[in-house]
Write a protein that binds this ligand. Structure first.
Ligand code: GLU
Ligand code: MG
Length: 438
């Protein structure tokens, strides 16, 4: 563990943070004494075109000229304190704005804010969300056993340190669990509004990585740490409620006990999932995870408590007569850590909104296990590679219309450059590249 000198623990900086197209958190720091709720710092539009491999991709619509600003959203201000050997820092998410303060066309946080606003205003509803993260401790050598207390206890004292740091930073960690795959853990957080949930998802990754580093250990949130190990997902739980939190998703008379409103929302998510796969599974190795018998997502379907569903109707706790109505909510299981959480959450909302606007019929709800050779063989498939996923995204005018043209062009160029750079590498080598990035 690093030396923890009290002198290191001064709190000097406020980091003004954004997240790019490849889900890396970026930004600039100012002195705490200079921070005001109006603070902003300069930023470069071309930064949008930096892929996971760390270079600005050529041919994107943003070049060497132009300026935007990272404008603090003071409601997100928090303090990260207690990472051994590191100074405490203040941390604030930002929206990217033009130099006159108007929203920048390609800001991913604004993308989520706008989608949420439209859902709330058009349908008079509110939403909750929470991101669950799985990650793997790299180079761990002890013999693991799935879900075991032995796995749990060998993560001490890192786990207690991390959980308390997350708690102090306001992330409301809920559960820390030793997972199924080798040296894999999972952290869940309590539900909040979707913007806060996506902000917390970003913070959780950086804090977790840094706490492990402080103990001379490395973790990765990459969807597949090595080609042989089980996948790590980012599951997004979402709930739909009335403006004042009224339960609107429960209807005991309907399939899966899901109300007509929620079923239409979910039908939109299922309908647009193939075109959105490049967004929620955006790495070349994401497709090693999205397959049958992997407890990730075998097909684009809605399943009752089924862990191979893209959208899972989550179980309710009815012990001692607890009311299921306010508990009914859904879990989007397709995503991984390559996806920008603001864009991911925004796309789930946009797809749900489309389901409501198009008045879609509810999709079939799969009950019990999948029978892909029999009754479930016609369930819609997701693309099986990033190349195919990008084509479906590119060809879908509805999905494209949710973004600025420049964002679409940049995204396609960044992702196709990434494929080019990784072509010729084995899956093992690709896994290694991504494990270093995520
Ligand atoms: N590890 C699985 C995934 O890749 C999820 C396992 C579970 O928590 O159900 O998404
Ligand atoms: Mg899990």
């Amino acid at each position: 563990m690093k030396n923890t000198d009290a002198a290191d623990q001064k709190n000097i900086f406020t980091f003004l943070a954004t997240c790019d197209i490849s889900a890396r958190t970026k930004g600039r720091a100012i002195h705490n004494k200079d921070f005001t709720p109006d603070s902003s710092v300069g930023w470069v539009p071309a930064n949008l075109g930096i892929g996971p491999l760390g270079h600005i991709v050529g041919g994107i619509p943003y070049g060497s000229s132009g300026d935007v600003r990272l404008k603090a959203d003071a409601s997100s201000l928090t303090t990260i304190s207690g990472i051994p050997g590191q100074s405490d820092i203040n941390y604030c998410f930002t929206d990217i704005v033009n130099t006159d303060g108007s929203p920048w066309e390609s800001c991913s946080r604004t993308f989520l804010k706008n989608a949420l606003k439209e859902l709330e205003e058009t349908h008079d509803v509110s939403m909750t969300a929470s991101f669950e993260h799985e990650f793997v401790e790299r180079a761990a050598s002890r013999h693991p056993h799935p879900f075991s207390f032995s796995n749990f206890i060998t993560a001490e004292p890192i786990s207690s340190t991390l959980f308390q740091i997350l708690e102090n930073a306001g992330l409301e960690p809920e559960c820390w669990l030793p997972e199924y795959a080798e040296h894999q853990y999972e952290l869940t957080m309590k539900p909040s509004d979707p913007l806060t949930a996506a902000d917390r998802a970003l913070l959780l990754r950086d804090i977790t990585t840094n706490v492990y580093r402080a103990f001379d250990s490395e973790v990765t949130f990459s969807p597949v740490a090595t080609a042989e190990t089980g996948g790590s997902g980012v599951h997004v739980h979402y709930g739909l409620y009335g403006r004042n939190g009224e339960a609107i998703s429960f209807d005991p008379e309907r399939p899966g006990r899901v109300s007509d409103f929620a079923a239409k929302f979910n039908a939109g998510v299922i309908k647009y999932a193939p075109a959105l796969t490049a967004i929620f599974a955006p790495l070349t190795i994401s497709y090693l995870r999205l397959k049958p018998d992997n407890w990730s997502t075998a097909r684009a379907f809605c399943g009752l408590q089924n862990r191979e569903a893209l959208v899972r109707i989550c179980p309710t706790n009815e012990i001692n007569g607890k009311d299921p109505a306010p508990q009914v909510h859904f879990e989007f299981r397709g995503a991984d850590a390559g996806a920008n959480p603001w864009i991911l959450m925004g796309c789930i909302i946009r797809a749900g909104l489309a389901g409501l606007e198009e008045d879609l019929d509810p999709v079939q709800i799969v009950e019990g296990d999948l029978d892909l050779d029999g009754i479930h063989k016609n369930l819609p498939e997701l693309p099986s590679s990033l190349e195919k996923a990008l084509e479906l995204f590119e060809e879908n005018p509805t999905v494209r219309s949710w973004f600025s043209e420049a964002w679409v062009e940049t995204f396609l160029k960044v992702k196709r450059d990434e494929i080019d750079q990784l072509t010729g590498k084995s899956f093992d080598e690709q896994c290694e590249v991504y494990a270093d990035v995520y």
